[in-house]
Design a binder for this molecule. Structure first.
Ligand code: NAP
Length: 491
C-alpha cells in the first residue's frame, strides 16, 4: 500500500499539477509541491490557486448549482451510492495516500475511508428524507416551510483528517442541492481535495458542481469574501476561524466554524485504571495528538494520580515511533517542522514552570516521542494551549467539583471524556461541562457522521456537522403560502 501505487482513479494522472474547476486544469497560482512528512520527499505536484482562480470557480459553481438542485433526487442519490462503490474499490490506493501525505498509521487511514463511506451513504439517504413542514394554515391557504440550498458553499478544510473533514462538509452540502468550492489545506491537497474530486467525477457528478482549488490564505480569503458564495464551512484553528468569522460577518455569509480544542479526560477515583489508561493513551497519541478532540488535559483523582501517570509513562516508553509507510509503528511524524517547534516550546515552558517529565520530551526530525508530563498546573502552557502533538498532560484533583472547574477552565469547549464506575456521578459531571460532546466511560476522540458534532466558545460558533445538523447548516427555510384565490384588502 503506497502513494506510488497509482491504481484506479489516481492512475489517470489528469490531476497532476492541476486544480479541479470545470475539469482538471492548470491554475494561475502555479504549482504546490506535496511533501511527505516522514521523509521530506516530494510526493506529487498539484495546482496552486490564486484569488483569480477562486473568483472564476465560484462564478461557475453558482451557474451550475441551479441545474444540480433541479436534477431528480433519485439521480442525485445514485451518484453518492456510485461514489461509495468506487471508494470500496480504491481502498488500498486511497489509504496509501493518507498514510504518506498525512503521516498516518494505516488504521487511521482506514478509519478515514470507512467514515467517508458512511458519509456517502448518509448523503444518498438525505435525498429521500422529508424536505420541509406543513405549517398551521387558515382556510383557503396552505402554508409550508421548505428546506432550500444556500447556493454555493465554500469549504475550507485542515491537514489532519483531510479526506474525512473535507467530506463531512462537501457531501451534505451537495446532497442538499448546493454547489461546492473546496479549498483543501496546501499541505494535504491530494487527500483533502483530489481524492474526493476523482471519486465524485467518476460517479457522475455533473461538471462544475464541485470545484476544488488547493491554495493558501489568500485563496481562502477570496473564497470567504466571494459574492457568489452564500455559506462557508471552515474547519481549522481558532485563530484563523476568528479571521474567517470576521470576514464572513462583514460580507453577510452564513459561517460554520469548527475550531480547536483543549479537551478534558477525567479519571475519577472509582474508575477501572486499565481501561482509563487505555482510553487516555488513545485520546492523546492517536495520530500523534493532531486531532481537535485529542485529550489535551488528563484530570486524574489525586488518590490514583501517581499510578495513572506511571502507567502512561510505561506505555510511552514502548510505543514504536517511525515512518508508517515503511514500518509498523504507533506514532508517525508531525505534519511539519513548525509544528514540532510549537510542541517543543509548550513542553519547554511548562517544564520551566515546574511540570515533571516522565517520558519523551524529545524528537528526531519530525518524529516527536510520546511524552508524559505530570504535576501540571492551570498556569502552564501545556494546560492552556492546544498542543497538536503527542503530549499527555496530567493534573490531579481532590473533588468532583474541582474536576469540573479544571475541565471548564479555558476558552475551548469541544469534547470531554469521564471514566467512572458510578454512571450517575459521571452524568452529573457531564451535565456541568461546557462542551459540544461528552462521553461517560469513553475518551474524547469520537466521531460519527450520524451525530451532530461541533464545539462551543473558542471551539466553534455553535455550528454542527453530522446527522440532523446537516439540514440546519446546509439549507435555509423558505416559507411559502398558496391560496386558491387572492384575498381582498381593506385599503
Ligand atoms: P489552520 O491553520 O487554521 O488552517 C485551516 C485551513 O484554513 C487551511 O486550509 C489554511 O490554509 C486555511 N487558512 C489559513 N488562513 C486563512 C485565512 N486567512 N482565510 C481562509 N482560510 C485560511 O488549521 P490547521 O493548523 O491546518 O489545523 C489544525 C487546527 O484545526 C487545530 O486547531 C484543530 O483543533 C482544528 N480542527 C478542528 C476540528 C473540528 O471539527 N473542530 C477538526 C480538525 C481540526 P493554509 O494552510 O494555507 O494556511
Amino acid at each position: 500500500m503506497s502513494a506510488d501505487t497509482a491504481t484506479g482513479l489516481l492512475e489517470s494522472g489528469a490531476w497532476h499539477r492541476n486544480g479541479f474547476s470545470g475539469g482538471w486544469r492548470a491554475l494561475e497560482g502555479g504549482i504546490i509541491e506535496v511533501i511527505e512528512p516522514a521523509t521530506g520527499a516530494v510526493l506529487a505536484e498539484v495546482g496552486h490557486a490564486a484569488p483569480t482562480d477562486v473568483r472564476s470557480a465560484c462564478a461557475q459553481a453558482r451557474q451550475r448549482q441551479v441545474a444540480w438542485a433541479a436534477l431528480p433526487y433519485q439521480q442525485r442519490a445514485a451518484i453518492f451510492r456510485a461514489a461509495a462503490q468506487r471508494l470500496e474499490g480504491e481502498r488500498a490506493a486511497y489509504a496509501g495516500w493518507i498514510v504518506r501525505e498525512t503521516g498516518a498509521i494505516p488504521p487511521k487511514a482506514m478509519f478515514e475511508i470507512d467514515s467517508v463511506l458512511h458519509l456517502l451513504h448518509e448523503a444518498a439517504a438525505m435525498l429521500t428524507q422529508p424536505q420541509g413542514l406543513v405549517l398551521p394554515s387558515v382556510e383557503g391557504c396552505t402554508s409550508i416551510a421548505r428546506r432550500q440550498p444556500h447556493g454555493v458553499v465554500g469549504v475550507i478544510s485542515p491537514f489532519n483528517f483531510p479526506f474525512l473533514l473535507s467530506a463531512r462538509a462537501v457531501l451534505p452540502a451537495l446532497a442538499t442541492g448546493n454547489a461546492v468550492v473546496l479549498k483543501p489545506d496546501p499541505r494535504t491537497p491530494v487527500c483533502g481535495g483530489v481524492l474526493m474530486s476523482l471519486l465524485l467525477a467518476a460517479a457522475g457528478l455533473p461538471e462544475g458542481v464541485l470545484q476544488m482549488l488547493p491554495g493558501e490564505a489568500d485563496a481562502g480569503e477570496a473564497l470567504v469574501t466571494d459574492p457568489d458564495v452564500a455559506m462557508i464551512s471552515f474547519t481549522g484553528s481558532t485563530a484563523v476561524g476568528r479571521r474567517v468569522g470576521e470576514l464572513g460577518g462583514r460580507h453577510l455569509k452564513k459561517v460554520a466554524l469548527e475550531l480547536g480544542g483543549k479537551n478534558a479526560f477525567i479519571v475519577l477515583d472509582d474508575a477501572d485504571l486499565d481501561l482509563a489508561v487505555s482510553g487516555g493513551c488513545w485520546a492523546s497519541w492517536l495520530h500523534q495528538g493532531q486531532i481537535c478532540m485529542s485529550a489535551g488535559k488528563h484530570l486524574v483523582h489525586a488518590s490514583i494520580g501517581e499510578a495513572y501517570a506511571q502507567r502512561m509513562a510505561d506505555k510511552a516508553a514502548v510505543l514504536p515511533v517511525g515512518d508508517p509507510h515503511t514500518q509498523q509503528v504507533a506514532i508517525g511524524p508531525l505534519i511539519t517542522r513548525k509544528q514540532v517547534e510549537r510542541v517543543e516550546r509548550i513542553v519547554r515552558e511548562s517544564l520551566a514552570m515546574g511540570a515533571k517529565l516522565l517520558a519523551g520530551g524529545s524528537h528526531e526530525g519530525q518524529f516527536y516521542r510520546p511524552t508524559v508530563l505530570s504535576g501540571v498546573t492551570p498556569a502552564m502552557p501545556v494546560f492552556r494551549e492546544e498542543i497538536f502533538g503527542p503530549v499527555v498532560s496530567i493534573t490531579t484533583f481532590d473533588s468532583d467539583a474541582q474536576a469540573v472547574a479544571l475541565a471548564n477552565d479555558g476558552e475551548y469547549g469541544l469534547s470531554a471524556g469521564i471514566h467512572t464506575r458510578d454512571l450517575a456521578r459521571g452524568l452529573r459531571i457531564a451535565e456541568q461541562l461546557h462542551v459540544g460532546q461528552v462521553h461517560v466511560n469513553d475518551q474524547t476522540v469520537n466521531d460519527d457522521g450520524t451525530m451532530p458534532m461541533g464545539g462551543r466558545g473558542a471551539s466553534g460558533n455553535g455550528s454542527r456537522h453530522g446527522g440532523p445538523a446537516n439540514w440546519d447548516e446546509f439549507t435555509q427555510w423558505q416559507w411559502s403560502t398558496v391560496r386558491a384565490t387572492p384575498p381582498r384588502y381593506p385599503l
